[in-house]
Structures are given as structure tokens and as C-alpha cells.
Design a protein around this ligand. Structure first.
Ligand code: NI
Length: 400
């Protein structure tokens, strides 16, 4: 599809040591969500040095670069996230975090470096591009309400016809691309229930209204209800992850609070769940002559990969890396605010394996010893570059 852009692999390959340097610089200097001041400056300055790009700062700590081609055509956005996590690094890597208590423990340093690499490569072959390639360097993926929705509000998706993203995965063998059609990552919401009973002496329950006993009943009843009410073919998880009551053996507390996480794919089920929780809480507290407070917060909505752009991504990966490097992944119950982009324009979000076979080097995301294999970076750059070019050469997408 892109015969007239010669030696693209060589071009990407020649960038590789630079991409690794960028990644290590970012890894050494991680910043928390909404605080990516130095990261955004580094990204902006690096992009500026490429020439050929129109740069802007849609929000305080994000960066957008537009590569406007020589001919008219559609607009494809490529997105990477840039923020780190509040974790003390324990990898002992020579380029470990210099910021105490902050670590790139999810691979976003790699995402940013790969997108910089793709911007560099594509900006050098600008004359081959029709339409526009838009590079979105997003802040704050790790912290609700997330940076993506702020960027959408700031207008970064205006005029965009499709958006693609990628997440490195330490749990997947190096170089394997996971593709999902349709619902790919879950919506993640949270809830908290406060039961206001009547405290007292542990030996005289008849004089108290015991919120501990009510909480136990409620948690069981909500869990059971969800499993009976929702179609088993639907993927739904409700996990109660916190309970707080008294801290003494002989005191019945006045109140107990509990809360947790709700993961769904279906928007209708997502809307129903807080109503169901409230029905149970209301019914059981009324029956026990006490009151309650209920808090429900919507987090990121689910990432749904659109058929047409996902098919183009899959074809590109197969063409570039071979069929055996591409697998159809199961939808995951984790969440991603890439959904803020893919809710407004057709999107595709894939996973790229960067895991080590050595168990001593293989830790999950958000772990103090999380590591990625840097060989994955070159593949990620190729994924962005090739998909961008295939997109702009694919007849069905090109504006006449
Ligand atoms: Ni992440």
C-alpha cells in the first residue's frame, strides 16, 4: 500500500537508539498526573526540533502536534499518555526515577517516546502525506477525571476522522500485538455506602442498631443480586474493596462504611447498577430502622474499538510483523481514558507485548519493579507510522 515511501523500516530503525534515549530520560524524570510540567516541556521542545509540525498546548500539561500533509485528506490522531504513578521505584535500573515516590510503572514513558519517534519519522516524509496526522500527547491518564476528556473539551478531536492508541504490556510476550474488535476495556465506576446505625456496648446489642451486621448482609445481598440480575454473557464485576467500622472489640460503632469498584461494558447495565445498589441499601436500612448515605461516581467509560479502523490496524500489523505476532485478545476489565477520544471519533486501542520471559524481570503494571523490554519500542513506532500511512493511502478513507 505504501510502496512510494522507500526504506521506512530503515528510517524507523535508525531512530531506535534515540527513542530509547527519550524513554530513559522520561523514565528518570517521572511526573504525577496533572503535574507533567517538565514532561510536557520536554515533549514540546523535542517536537519543535523536528520542524514541519504545528505545535500547541491544549491544556497546561499536554501537547498536540499537527503534521499537515501536502494534499487534502482525512485526519488521523495518534495518542500517547505521559503521566507516572505515586510508587517508589525498586527496579535498580541505571536510569531509575530521580523523583522520590514517583515512577513510570505503567509504561507511559515508552508510549511517549514511541509517539515522539513516530512524529520524527512521519515529519521527515511529509511530502508523502495527504490529509493530516495529529499527535496527541495526553496528560493524566492515571487519575480520574483523566486528561483525555479535558483535551477533547479543548478541541483536539475537532476535524479528526479516527484515532489510534497503544498500551505496552509487561504481561504479554515481546512483540505480540493484542487486537480486540468492539468492547475492549471496561467502564470503571466507584461507590461508597455509609450506614448510620446506633453504637453501643458489644455485650448489649439489643440497645444498639448494629451497622456491622447490616453491612455484612448488604454486601452479600448486592453481590448476589448482581450475579442474578445481569445476563451472565455480560461482563460485569462488582468488588467491595473497603470496609470501615469500629476499631475496638467491645464497641458496636455508630456507622460503618464500605465501598468498591464497578466494572461494566453495557451502558444500560452501567446506569442500572447504582439504582440497584440504592434499592438494597434503602430497603435494608429501613427494615433496621436506620439511615444511609450513598455515593456513586462515574469513572472512565468503556473503550470500544470501531470495526473499520481496527481492521486497518490489524491488516497493518499482519503486513508488518506477520500473522503470528497478532492475536485476538479478550476484552479486559481494566479501564483507560482513551475512551474519551474513541467516544467522539472512531478509535482503535491495541496492546503490545513488552514482557520479559525471565520471571525476575517480569512484574505487573503499577508494581515497584515493573519493567518493559525496550525492543518493543521500535515495534510501537512502526505500528504508529505504518498505520498512519496505510490510513492515508486507504482509498475508503481519502476525501475526494
Ligand atoms: Ni497505563
Amino acid at each position: 500500500m505504501i510502496e512510494n515511501v522507500a526504506n521506512l523500516e530503515d528510517l524507523v530503525s535508525s531512530m531506535n537508539s534515540q527513542v530509547i534515549k527519550w524513554r530513559r530520560h522520561l523514565h528518570e524524570n517521572p511526573e504525577l498526573s496533572f503535574q507533567e510540567t517538565q514532561t510536557a516541556k520536554f515533549v514540546y521542545d523535542t517536537l519543535e526540533s523536528f520542524g514541519n509540525l504545528e505545535l500547541s498546548r491544549p491544556t497546561k500539561t499536554s501537547v498536540m502536534a499537527r503534521l499537515i500533509g501536502s494534499k487534502k485528506g482525512n485526519v488521523l490522531a495518534l495518542r500517547a499518555d505521559m503521566d507516572a504513578l505515586p510508587i517508589q521505584e525498586e527496579t535498580n535500573l541505571p536510569f531509575s526515577s530521580k523523583n522520590s515516590g514517583v515512577m513510570h510503572a505503567c509504561g507511559h514513558d515508552g508510549h511517549t517516546a514511541m509517539l515522539l519517534g513516530a512524529a520524527k519519522v512521519l515529519s521527515t516524509i511529509k511530502e508523502h502525506i495527504s490529509g493530516e496526522i495529529r499527535f496527541i500527547f495526553q496528560h493524566a491518564e492515571e487519575l480520574i477525571p483523566g486528561g483525555a476528556q479535558e483535551m477533547v473539551k479543548a478541541g483536539v478531536t475537532e476535524g479528526v476522522n479516527a484515532v489510534i492508541g497503544l498500551h505496552l504490556s509487561s504481561q504479554t510476550p515481546l512483540g505480540r500485538f493484542g487486537i480486540i474488535y468492539g468492547p475492549a476495556m471496561a467502564a470503571a465506576d466507584t461507590f461508597n455506602v455509609l450506614i448510620k446505625g446506633k453504637g453501643g456496648h458489644a455485650s448489649r446489642p439489643q440497645e444498639a442498631i448494629d451497622p456491622v451486621a447490616i453491612a455484612v448482609q448488604l454486601i452479600n445481598s448486592i453481590n448476589q443480586f448482581i450475579s442474578r440480575k445481569v445476563n451472565p454473557a455480560q461482563r460485569v464485576v462488582l468488588s467491595v474493596t473497603q470496609i470501615q467500622g469500629s476499631n475496638a472489640h467491645n464497641i458496636i460503632p455508630d456507622t460503618v462504611s464500605f465501598g468498591g469498584s464497578i466494572r461494566t461494558f453495557d451502558p444500560e447495565v452501567r446506569k442500572q447498577i447504582p439504582k440497584w445498589i440504592e434499592q438494597h441499601v434503602k430497603g435494608l436500612t429501613e427494615a433496621n430502622e436506620c439511615t444511609y448515605e450513598l455515593k456513586h461516581d462515574y469513572g472512565y467509560s468503556s473503550v470500544v474499538n470501531e470495526q473499520k479502523i481496527t481492521s486497518l490496524v490489524e491488516q497493518t500489523i499482519i503486513e508488518e510483523f506477520g500473522k503470528e505476532q497478532c492475536y485476538h485478545a479478550e476484552p479486559v476489565m481494566g479501564s483507560e481514558d482513551f475512551s474519551a477520544f474513541s467516544n467522539v471519533v472512531p478509535g482503535c486501542f491495541v496492546f503490545l507485548g513488552a514482557g520479559s520471559e525471565n520471571p525476575i524481570e517480569n512484574f505487573p503494571h503499577h508494581h515497584p519493579r515493573f519493567m518493559i523490554r525496550e525492543e518493543a519500542l521500535e515495534m510501537g513506532v512502526l505500528y504508529y507510522v505504518k498505520t498512519a500511512l496505510n490510513y492515508h493511502f486507504a482509498q475508503e478513507y481519502v476525501s475526494q
